[in-house]
Structure formats: structure tokens, C-alpha cells
Ligand binder design. Structure first.
Ligand code: VGL
Ligand code: ZN
Length: 185
């Protein structure tokens, strides 16, 4: 990571970790990995951004409204909080998504000012990790590429939901085909 780069931590929230409402298998294992990246970013003066899934009660993505998911990441609840061990810098801008009761967005660019924030910080290249690999990380990475950023995905800093067993693998393939670089270390 160097000048012109940003680190983007996607949805590392309690509800996406084991025991959470939409717990991703080994989701909490991304935390120590991403903490290392955060530490490295701070040392290099690379800005860190974080997104969070931030739904109102009765959100359209919830089963009670015909959506695919149990209620999760409800605004202000413990499940919507970042994992307690995630060491986000206090200065890290936080982007909230999925706040409209009638709209969902897996992408951290959807309905947010993330693009403007990144442009204002003169960011050209983004390092992305977090949850979940086959939803928010996938869509955020694809949008970032569409917006013209160079995208690196920190693969061991992500985990898939795997509604279907291959979803994570396919998501990585899709992201790579779109032009992202998969960071395997
Ligand atoms: C996500 C499922 C439902 C995500 C959000 O952030 O990956 N997944 N809502
Ligand atoms: Zn959601």
C-alpha cells in the first residue's frame, strides 16, 4: 500500500460473525488479518474506510417482507456493531448502506457517498477485505472496478456465506475476471 491507496473494510459486523443473525462460517477470522492491514495502512498513512450494513427494522431484505435473509444488522443493535476486536482507526470514515427500508444494496457504493469520499482523498487503488465474500465484498469490488479504481481483494481477509457451496469461489472468479487482483498472502 502506498500514497493514492485506500483500505476498505467491508461489513465486519457482529451479525456476520459466528453467533450472529447471519453468521458467516469463520467470519471472525478475518479480524486479525484485517487488523494487520489496518496497522500497515496507518504506518503508511494510507486512509482506512469502513462500510456497515445498516438496516431499519422491517427492511425489504428480511424474510418477513419476502426477502432472502433473517433480520440482521438492524440500526443501533449489538448485531450491527463492528466486531469488538476490529481495530478501526478512530478517524476512519464509516459508510452506512441498506438504510432505506425499501431498497437493498450489497455494494458499499450503493446509495452512499463512498465514491465522492474516495475521489476527494485522491484514491486510485483500493484494497478490499471483509464480509461477506459472495455478497458485499463481491458487489463492492465490482462497483469499484466499474468506477475506475484499481482493486485488490485481500482473499484471506474475506469469508463467504456460501448459500450454495461454490458461491465464494465463484465470487472470486467473477471479481478477478472483472479485473481485480486477488491478494492471496
Ligand atoms: C450482506 C447479506 C445480507 C453483506 C448484507 O454485507 O455481505 N450479506 N446483507
Ligand atoms: Zn443486509
Amino acid at each position: 500500500m502506498q500514497a493514492g491507496d485506500a483500505l476498505l473494510i467491508v461489513d465486519v459486523q457482529n451479525d456476520f460473525c459466528p453467533g450472529g443473525a447471519l453468521g458467516v462460517r469463520d467470519g471472525d477470522q478475518v479480524v486479525p488479518v484485517l487488523n494487520h492491514w489496518i496497522q500497515d495502512a496507518e504506518r503508511r498513512k494510507v486512509p482506512v474506510f469502513a462500510s456497515r450494513d445498516w438496516h431499519p427494522p422491517g427492511h425489504i431484505s428480511f424474510r418477513e417482507r419476502g426477502g432472502p435473509w433473517p433480520p440482521h444488522c438492524v440500526q443501533g443493535t449489538a448485531g450491527a456493531a463492528f466486531h469488538p476486536d476490529l481495530n478501526l482507526p478512530p478517524s476512519a470514515p464509516i459508510v452506512s448502506k441498506g438504510y432505506d427500508p425499501d431498497k437493498d444494496s450489497y455494494s458499499a457504493f450503493g446509495g452512499t457517498d463512498l465514491k465522492e469520499k474516495l475521489h476527494r482523498a485522491a484514491i486510485k487503488r483500493i484494497w478490499i477485505g471483509g464480509l461477506a465474500q459472495d455478497y458485499c465484498v463481491r458487489e463492492t469490488s465490482l462497483d469499484a472496478i466499474r468506477e475506475g479504481f484499481e482493486v485488490h481483494v485481500i482473499v484471506n481477509g474475506t469469508r463467504p456465506v456460501n448459500v450454495n457451496p461454490d458461491d465464494g469461489r465463484r465470487a472470486l472468479e467473477d471479481i478477478e475476471r472483472a479485473g481485480a487482483i486477488l491478494e492471496q498472502s
